[in-house]
Design a protein around this ligand. Structure first.
Ligand SMILES: [Zn+2]
Length: 317
């Protein structure tokens, strides 16, 4: 009896099970627990069905300090090319988010702005441009997205215009329509791996790509994506989740290190002696260290493409 008991004790001591617990807990923790801000699970829906027709490869590698200009699709073309009203308004008869503009434009503005805010916190050289005037008839007016984007790209920058795609069968799905002028970059490539893609000559080359502006269709404005954006209870967190996904992808493409915030300790583990449980205070505001010199020629190794939309824990991270 004693010897069997000892054996059992030894087995218990060398058992890998207790070790496995923290590993499992680590796996269950958010994979990218950056920052101190609320996120919510958002499904951006189907990826572009034209992803299989991708006929370009983003290989140009901008400096990690490349200035990024965020633009909101249709923000200057409300009476010309207004964008989709979205399923909620067009089909369900919901009131538009803001009178005088389509819901797509409203969300393009909110998303582009949030990406610039988060990107700045994460060490990207990034800003948002709002033309202010919602209908500018001359596309080459210096105040338009097209003019601002083109000038920015001519000066060596990168410009990204946010869109939400049409609901239902008119929509193609989430994905990148890459810039043509200036040539496709590793940012375009990484975004395409993350969101899906369109051929570079989609609809005979659109006005924005022709001027060097890459378009990102976040997803079709319907379903979970639209609902999480419209619901005041989840709106802010949904914008965070989408912005986090875009910023993280661009930062990865540029080799800008992202702050790693310690994941919350698994609650199942008893505190070790001397450990104060109260040390689980939220992480400090982001302190982004300057990026190291880039020396990775391995840009073609993308992280695994997620098969579903953006995700994030519905907790403070
Ligand atoms: Zn659009």
């Amino acid at each position: 009896m004693p010897s069997r008991f000892s054996l059992a004790l030894v087995l218990l001591l060398v058992s890998p099970v207790p070790l496995a617990q923290p590993l499992l807990a680590q796996e269950n923790a958010p994979s990218a627990p950056y920052g101190q801000f609320l996120k919510v699970r958002v499904n951006t829906g189907e990826r572009s069905r034209l992803t299989v027709k991708k006929n370009w490869l983003g290989t140009k590698r901008p400096s990690h300090t490349v200035p990024i200009l965020m633009l909101a699709g249709h923000a200057d073309s409300q009476r010309i090319s207004p964008g989709t009203r979205g399923y909620a308004v067009a089909v369900n008869g919901a009131p538009p988010m803001r009178p005088g503009m389509t819901d797509e434009t409203f969300w393009n503005l909110a998303t582009a702005r949030r990406i610039a805010e988060l990107g700045t916190q994460r060490g990207l050289e990034i800003r948002f441009y709002d033309p202010g005037v919602r209908t500018i008839h001359d596309g080459d007016d210096p105040r338009t997205n097209w003019s601002q984007g083109k000038r920015h790209v001519q000066a060596g920058g990168y410009a990204l215009e946010i869109h939400y795609d049409a609901y239902g069968r008119d929509g193609v799905g989430s994905g990148v329509i890459p810039r043509v002028y200036g040539g496709q970059t590793v940012i375009d490539e990484h975004l395409a791996q993350e969101f899906g893609s369109f051929p570079w000559d989609f609809r005979g080359v659109l006005g924005a790509p022709k001027r060097g502006i890459t378009i990102l269709e976040v997803g079709k404005l319907e379903g979970d994506l639209e609902n999480k954006l419209r619901d005041p209870a989840t709106r802010d967190a949904a914008l965070n989740t989408i912005a986090d996904r875009v910023v993280t992808t661009m930062a990865k493409a540029l080799g800008v290190p992202q702050p790693v915030v310690q994941a919350p300790s698994p609650p199942a583990l008893p505190p070790s002696p001397g450990t104060t449980v109260a040390n689980q205070k939220p992480p400090l505001p982001l302190q982004v260290s300057p990026p190291p010199p880039i020396h990775s020629p391995t840009s073609s190794t993308h992280r695994k493409t997620s098969t579903q939309g953006a995700t994030g824990a519905a907790t403070r991270l």
